[in-house]
Design a protein around this ligand. Structure first.
Ligand code: PEP
Ligand code: MG
Length: 566
């Protein structure tokens, strides 16, 4: 078995077709007529652009606009006056077009590759694609014809370029294996858009595999099975069929409301970490964002993001979500979330220490600049503020005071914001569960963070394997906390959501329906699955399950029972 990165889920069973790299050998020619050589180069660029537009049209029809844009980006790169100017200058200095294209492209490839930044490195692949395209046009060599691949083909290639993808006929290609690429590379994006199972970064795939041999591509696990036996083929065929069946079934839930079998309606939101994730949320049919983890905007950099930078990020997310609700959680650092430039002191017990709202309330300038950025973005959509790790009413009050201060600053500067912005509490500590009735009087909403609530209720670190047996949201103590938080919220007339991982767990669904949760916030791939799960339960059935569960004394009993009712 060969291991790689699971980049596009599903199972493909088929015969390998190795796409060899094109031979683009040439002997540099002497240029005697510079004008003619320049014209030959310009003709090649024009032919390249025409071909690219054609390929983009094909992708647009088979896959979608977004994917076509990746190819159209090639035209933007080759139309860049600097790049073009450099190539033309070399030709004017009597170097042939092939060599000039190669030399300038190589300069860009080296520059992009050296950045270490994944997105920029991706542009190196784009430039390679452009270089090979232009040189093959100049040489009159025909490009590889993936479009001729017969049914049940697994493409094996060093690097899948966007232009190659244009030739893929979805009905014939059952799998993709490459030697390079990651979850976020263009090849992964395109494979997912085409819904073809893909395993990327399989070492030496093109030399380890040979054309014609049978393989199984497991794009969900990132495995390639070579020389599979009949029983493996049977097992994976069954797995593939089940995957496709489930996928078709889930599609029936797209664009629908989230309803229980007895007609109660729920909000089904997504958790995101960056504005770009909002696109995933929308594509997954999320009805809003229940948790925007803003710490990602503060990570992987050397200094705090400015108020403007944050404003742009929050506004962008809101525009992508087309005005649907977005709950922005203020900075939740400390514990396992480190931001080196903040220079937080090492603590004996970071999870119990100076983190999240505690840190923010002591660093008021930084906190206020985040709140102002959120407020400014609230002029562009339905944005709400949520404070993490609340353990006492004073913290909520202090946070709300700062929101009022930020509002008056903005008013004084004549900047628009939502005067009635909702301010909620992330209930994720044992303390907040116990005083939920007090917090509910002063918060506009609750969102239960079961990841931390489980840890703080059980006094069990979520990252510590030795106490993992205690770390379960199905512990009676944690379930009682969840039930209590929802009850207190309901009694105070405020909505209660859940944004911890447990929200997506099908065993939790009947309990949350029974307790009266109003909003679920989950990762994008869980949206349709959860909508389907919610639709299975009537309120009455869910109540019966919850009644039994809440009378149980141990986690083992609870989970064993819930498995039987699923
Ligand atoms: C939680 O604690 O449940 C939660 C959603 O927040 P995080 O995982 O970011 O701590
Ligand atoms: Mg948390």
């Amino acid at each position: 078995m060969l291991k790689g990165i699971a980049a596009s889920e599903g199972i493909g069973i088929g015969k390998v077709m190795i796409i060899a790299e094109q031979k683009l050998d040439y002997t540099p020619k002497e240029v005697t007529d510079v004008d003619a050589e320049l014209q030959r180069y310009k003709d090649a660029v024009k032919a390249f652009c025409d071909e690219t537009v054609e390929q983009a049209d094909a992708i647009r029809k088979s896959t979608g606009d977004k994917e076509a844009e990746i190819l159209m980006g090639h035209i933007a790169i080759i139309s860049d006056p600097f790049m073009n100017g450099e190539i033309e200058n070399l030709i004017k200095a009597e170097q042939c077009a092939e060599k000039s294209v190669e030399q300038v492209c190589q300069m860009f490839i080296d520059m992009f590759s050296a950045t270490g930044d994944e997105l920029t490195m991706q542009r190196a692949t784009d430039v390679k694609d452009i270089r090979d395209g232009l040189i093959s046009i100049l040489l009159g060599v025909h490009s590889v014809k993936i479009s001729d691949a017969p049914a049940n083909t697994v493409i094996v290639v060093k690097e899948l370029t966007p232009s190659m993808t244009a030739g893929i006929k979805k009905e014939n290609i059952v799998g993709i294996i490459t030697e390079t690429g990651s979850q976020t590379s263009h090849s992964a994006i395109l494979a997912r858009a085409l819904e073809i199972p893909a395993v990327l970064s399989v070492e030496n795939a093109t030399s380890q595999l040979s054309s014609g041999e049978q393989v199984i591509v497991d794009g969900s696990e990132g495995n390639v099975l070579t020389a599979p036996g009949q029983d493996e083929i049977d097992a994976f065929t069954a797995k593939r069929d089940a995957f496709l069946r489930e996928k078709r079934e889930l599609e029936n839930y797209r664009g629908k409301k989230t309803l229980s079998a007895s007609g109660e309606e729920y909000e089904l939101f997504c958790n995101i970490g960056t504005p770009k994730d909002a696109t995933k949320a929308i594509n997954a049919d999320g009805e809003g964002v229940g948790l925007f983890r803003t710490e990602f905007l503060f990570m992987d950099r050397n200094a705090l993001p400015t108020e403007d930078e944050q404003f742009e990020a929050y506004k962008q997310a809101s525009l992508i979500m087309k005005g649907a609700p977005i709950i922005i959680r203020t900075l939740d650092i400390g514990g396992d979330k480190e931001i080196p430039y903040l220079g937080l002191a090492k603590e004996e017990n970071p999870f119990m220490g100076f983190r999240a709202i505690r840190y923010c309330l002591k660093n008021r300038d930084m906190f206020k600049s985040q709140i102002k950025a959120i407020l400014r973005a609230s002029a562009f959509g339905d944005i709400r503020i949520m404070f993490p790790l609340i353990t006492a009413v004073e913290e909520l009050r202090a946070g709300k005071e700062l929101v009022e201060e930020a509002k008056s600053d903005l008013r004084a500067s004549g900047i628009d914001f939502d005067e009635n912005i909702k301010v909620g509490v992330m209930t994720e500590t044992a303390a907040s569960g116990v005083i939920a009735h007090l917090l509910a009087k002063e918060a506009d909403f609750f969102s239960i963070g079961t990841n931390d609530l489980t840890g703080y209720t059980m006094a069990a670190d979520r990252g510590n394997g030795d106490v993992a047996y205690l770390y379960s949201p199905f512990q009676p103590s944690v379930l009682m906390m969840i039930q209590r938080i929802i009850k207190c919220g309901r009694e105070a007339g405020i909505p209660v959501g859940m944004c911890g991982e447990a929200a997506a767990n099908p065993m939790m669904t009947p309990l949350l329906i029974s307790f009266g949760l109003t909003e679920f916030s989950v990762s994008a791939p869980s949206v349709l699955k959860l909508r389907k799960n919610i639709a299975k339960w009537t309120k009455e059935e869910a109540d019966a399950v919850a009644e039994k569960v809440m009378a149980m004394a141990t986690e083992a009993e609870v989970t064993a029972y819930l498995k039987t009712v699923l």
